[in-house]
Design a protein around this ligand. Structure first.
Ligand code: NI
Length: 170
C-alpha cells in the first residue's frame, strides 16, 4: 500500500470527468487499498480517485469516527438510481479544498448501485451523513467540487484563498 498525494483546487484534473472501470481486477483493488490508506491518513471520510490524479470511477468512504469503528465502503462505477424529494443540508469540506467548509443542500437519501472490490453488483440505501458523503464523492467523478454548489462569489473567494495559501507555501 502507498500514501498518495492529494490534488487541491484549482487543479484541472479535479474538473475532469472520470472513465468507467472496465474490469475489477488486482490493479483496481490495489488502487482501492491505496485510496483507503490515503483517506485514513489525511484524515478524511471519503476520497475519490480523481483526487489522487486517477480519472476512473472509483470512490472510498468510511464515516466511522474512531479507528476501532472502521467500516470502509468501496464503490466502483457508482450510479444514483433513486434520490429522495426531501433535502438535507450539511456543512461539507473536502481534502481537495483544505480548510474551507460550507453548507451544501443535497437529497437527504439516495439509492446507489455499484460494483464492490470483488466485482459483484451491490445496492445501498444511504441516508444521513453517508448520503451526503456518497453524493459528494460521486460529484468528484464528474469534475464537480462542493464549492461548485455555492454561489460563484463564494466559490471564487475560496479559490482565491487557496491560490494564495499555495503561493505562500512555496
Ligand atoms: Ni471531496
Amino acid at each position: 500500500m502507498a500514501l498518495l498525494p492529494i490534488l487541491t483546487a484549482p487543479d484541472p484534473v479535479l474538473k475532469s470527468k472520470s472513465k468507467p472501470v472496465a474490469a475489477v481486477d488486482d490493479r483496481i483493488r490495489a488502487l482501492l487499498a491505496d485510496m483507503l490508506e490515503t483517506m485514513y491518513h489525511a484524515p478524511g471520510i471519503g476520497l475519490a480517485a480523481p483526487q489522487i490524479g486517477v480519472l476512473e470511477r472509483v470512490i472510498v468512504m468510511d464515516i466511522g469516527r474512531k479507528e476501532e469503528d472502521r467500516d470502509p465502503i468501496s464503490m466502483i462505477n457508482p450510479e444514483i438510481v433513486w434520490a429522495s424529494d426531501e433535502d438535507n443540508t450539511y456543512e461539507e469540506g473536502c481534502l481537495s479544498v483544505p480548510e474551507h467548509y460550507s453548507n451544501v443542500v443535497r437529497p437527504a437519501a439516495v439509492k446507489v448501485r455499484y460494483l464492490d472490490e470483488s466485482g459483484a453488483r451491490q445496492e445501498i440505501h444511504a441516508d444521513g451523513l453517508l448520503a451526503t458523503v456518497v453524493q459528494h464523492e460521486m460529484d468528484h467523478l464528474d469534475g464537480i467540487l462542493f464549492i461548485d454548489h455555492l454561489s460563484s462569489l463564494k466559490r471564487n473567494m475560496i479559490l482565491r484563498k487557496l491560490l494564495k495559501a499555495r503561493k505562500d507555501a512555496e
